[in-house]
Design a protein around this ligand. Structure first.
Ligand code: ATP
Ligand code: MG
Length: 321
């Protein structure tokens, strides 16, 4: 845990919606799971949501937190942590239930092939379904009147989807400006744009190309009115030479011995450090660093959740646990 990240995390846990975006393979699912677990450790009640284009493929995110039956219905993984797969048809059904007077009518409508074809026809209506499913979960209240899911962490499948969600109003409202669809889209977009409620997090890696892509994406998101809350610089290698003089001594030693196996590791460290500097300089949002760890799956998620838990790190340092 780097110094200074604690207050940023605390602020994130107080949002209603965290959207984890980024290019393929940068660690979105791993980080979404770790963020959800860290928020649970910080005492929050979290719904971890996975957005996949369809429900045909296996869930990648569910197994990372031990979700037993990952599907479009919310299931509890453990106290404080639930899991759901966001799905366009679920959103379409809920949307129809809200606009039609009787639940039976919505079920009958969803059985209509013509209507289903219409709802599945355009990418904008697919996004609308996903957004409505999410919106329905975010505003759902329990018996006590409080939010059933006070904090939703959403793993987006690829950068394009965050942009597609954000461009919904433009694409859909031009076709269907009024009526209940227009209202739902406006409400959903209002939530996405409200920085007190929503934080968009962009995951990337400490290498030149991913950093360039992240900088470009931030610009595109800003244009769509989706400001970035923070970048997540994942897989930062540990720096074994935090003292400048020990690194300088090593450089002298290596220079005297010619190319060395360790030279590649050192070069990677330098690239990671300069990537961090470039990303921080290019973004107006803060950069959160996550370490590279020699683990995979739930074990990796645990270690990253630990790295995202400042209170526990402080407790351990103080020997209280
Ligand atoms: N901090 C880390 N340290 C070590 N390995 C990591 C770290 N973060 C992610 N990985 C590994 O990187 C790979 C990709 O991670 P992940 O599946 O979370 O990425 P993704 O962005 O969700 O991918 P996709 O775009 O395919 O959904 C996995 O094998 C994961 O274990
Ligand atoms: Mg993923």
């Amino acid at each position: 845990m780097r110094r200074g990240q604690g207050p940023l995390l605390e602020a994130l846990w107080d949002r209603r919606l965290l959207l984890i975006s980024g290019k393929g393979g940068v660690g979105k699912s791993t980080l979404s799971a770790a963020i959800a677990r860290a928020a649970v450790r910080a005492g929050r009640t979290v719904l971890l949501a996975e957005l996949t284009p369809g429900l045909e493929g296996p869930s990648m995110l569910g197994p990372l937190v031990g979700a037993r039956e990952p599907g479009p219905e919310v299931t509890q993984v453990e106290p404080g942590l639930s899991f759901v797969r966001l799905a366009a048809p679920s959103g379409h059904r809920r949307f129809l239930q809200d606009v039609l007077p009787l639940r039976l009518m919505a079920d009958a409508a969803m059985r209509s092939r013509a209507l289903r074809r219409f709802l599945e026809a355009g990418p904008a209506l697919w996004e609308m379904g996903v957004m409505y499913h999410l919106l329905d979960l975010v505003r759902h209240t329990g018996k006590d009147g409080g939010f059933a899911h006070p904090l939703c962490v959403v793993d987006l499948p690829a950068t394009g989807h965050a942009l597609a969600l954000a461009s919904l109003p433009r694409s859909l409202l031009t076709v269907l400006p009024g009526g209940p669809i227009g209202r739902a889209v406006r409400e959903g977009f209002g939530l996405l744009q409200d920085t007190r409620q929503t934080a968009v997090l962009l995951a990337t890696l400490p290498e030149p190309l991913p950093v360039s892509e992240a900088l470009q994406l931030e610009g595109e998101m800003r244009e769509l009115g989706l400001p970035l809350a923070a970048a997540l610089l994942n897989r930062m290698p540990d720096n074994p030479f935090p003292e400048p003089h020990s690194r300088a001594a090593l450089d002298t030693l290596l220079a005297a011995h010619g190319p060395h196996e360790g030279s590649r590791a050192l070069a990677r460290l330098d690239v990671a450090r300069s990537s961090h500097v470039r990303l921080s300089a290019g973004l107006s949002a803060p950069v959160l660093c996550l370490p590279e760890r020699p683990a995979t799956g739930p074990a990796l998620v645990e270690q990253l959740a630990e790295a995202l838990s400042p209170a526990r790190a402080r407790q351990r340092a103080g020997g209280t646990s």
